[in-house]
Design a protein around this ligand. Structure first.
Ligand SMILES: *Cc1c(COP(=O)(O)O)cnc(C)c1O
Length: 355
């Protein structure tokens, strides 16, 4: 993530309302019970029945031939990009993409690709912008190999790509012979928000992954999906990078639990985000972006408070928010209730009134 890990200010009480990130959810008791009961085996050997069940389910959900379980979303991006590309190739992505801003420079350090940053509102770009980035080819140009999109677009405000816009950029990639990769860290938020089945939404993508540690509430794990051939090559990189595991079924069980119990309820997070945005908009001077999913970005500058003032004041009441540039980000998830949203709005109104 973009936000730097930060220590709580001196004297800050424990966090009661955690809107900082959906990565900070804790596994529920029922999820932990599923983990305790998991049948396990040697994952490197392909012998862990729970990991295999998760991969089969994810491949079916995404409409792809195969899937591989990985420890993190970042490793999914690294392995997918390294599988699609060679060092020196160019990846086309939005300028706010996680692969550019939040992976520690790994694409310079490990995959060796260069990333062409594209502009566009809300973390998305259109087919014309993509087309304008096509290079002439020949020996001078970096070989353009891969189109990458984020669904939802994180820094873009958790926005859902309109399906026709997504299809249009994929069509440009196809015409150019590029591969296509979706960073689906919060893909299920998009699926629930748009009401489009996952397999349909990602049909144009050669590879796609889902993070289980965001709104789905698992302690770790992400699953990368693609063709059987692609996943075969991805496995080689998983091994090379040290991402092959042993009794990983204990974690895959949490992911299977999340698929069964924590998808449909994402709609509640989206409703809470809309309630928060609506309440914030009623505060004079507050600049609020309308949320598509579970991320609410707002800027209090017009109220006379800076983002840092407001985040600091709320943290002293046990309400935790994050800051991105001059904006504040509130993230709803399964540990945030409608009552907590009301309480947060009350605290923000009070902080603004106090000035
Ligand atoms: C969180 C996130 C990642 C990285 O996932 P980790 O599991 O934290 O490594 C990648 N892309 C986006 C858009 C994310 O939000």
């Amino acid at each position: 993530m973009v936000h730097a890990p930060s220590r709580p200010p001196v004297g800050a009480p424990p966090v009661r309302i955690n809107l900082y990130s959906d990565t900070q959810t804790r596994p529920s008791l029922a999820m932990k019970e599923a983990m305790m009961a998991a049948e396990v085996g040697d994952e490197q050997f392909g012998d862990d029945p729970t990991v295999n069940a998760l991969c089969d389910r994810m491949a079916a959900l995404m409409g792809k031939e195969a899937a591989v379980f990985l420890p993190s979303g970042t490793m999914c991006n690294v392995i997918a990009i390294r599988t699609h590309c060679r060092a020196g190739d160019e990846v086309l992505a939005h300028e706010t993409a996680h692969i550019l801003s939040s992976e520690g420079g790994t694409h310079a350090a490990t995959t060796g690709v260069q990333i062409h940053p594209l502009k566009g509102a809300r973390g998305m770009f259109d087919a014309d912008t993509l087309r304008a980035a096509i290079r002439p080819g020949g020996r001078y140009s970096p070989p353009q190999r891969l189109l990458e999109v984020e669904q939802t677009a994180n820094i873009g405000g958790g926005g859902i790509w309109p399906q026709d816009q997504l299809d249009a950029v994929v069509a440009v990639a196809r015409e150019q012979g590029w591969a296509t990769h979706m960073d689906g860290a919060r893909l299920m938020n998009a699926v629930v928000g748009a009401g489009i089945p996952a397999a349909e939404m990602v049909a144009g993508f050669d590879s796609v992954w889902l993070d289980f540690t965001k709104g789905l509430g698992a302690p770790l794990g992400a699953v990368l999906c693609g063709s059987a051939e692609f996943i075969g090559h991805a496995w080689r990189w998983k091994q090379r990078l040290g991402g092959s595991m042993r009794q990983a079924g204990i974690c895959a069980a949490a992911c299977l639990y999340a698929l069964d119990h924590n998808i449909d309820r994402l709609a509640e997070d989206h409703a809470n985000a809309r309630t928060l945005a609506r309440g914030l908009r009623q505060i004079a001077g507050m600049d609020v972006e309308e949320p598509d999913t579970n991320l609410v970005f707002f800027n209090p500058a017009g109220t006379g408070l800076t983002a840092a003032d407001l985040v600091g004041a709320l943290r002293l009441q046990g309400i935790h928010l994050s800051m991105l540039g001059g904006r504040i980000r509130a993230c709803t998830h399964l540990d945030v209730t409608a009552g907590m949203i009301e309480e947060t709005l009350g605290a923000i109104r009070a902080a603004v009134a106090k000035g």
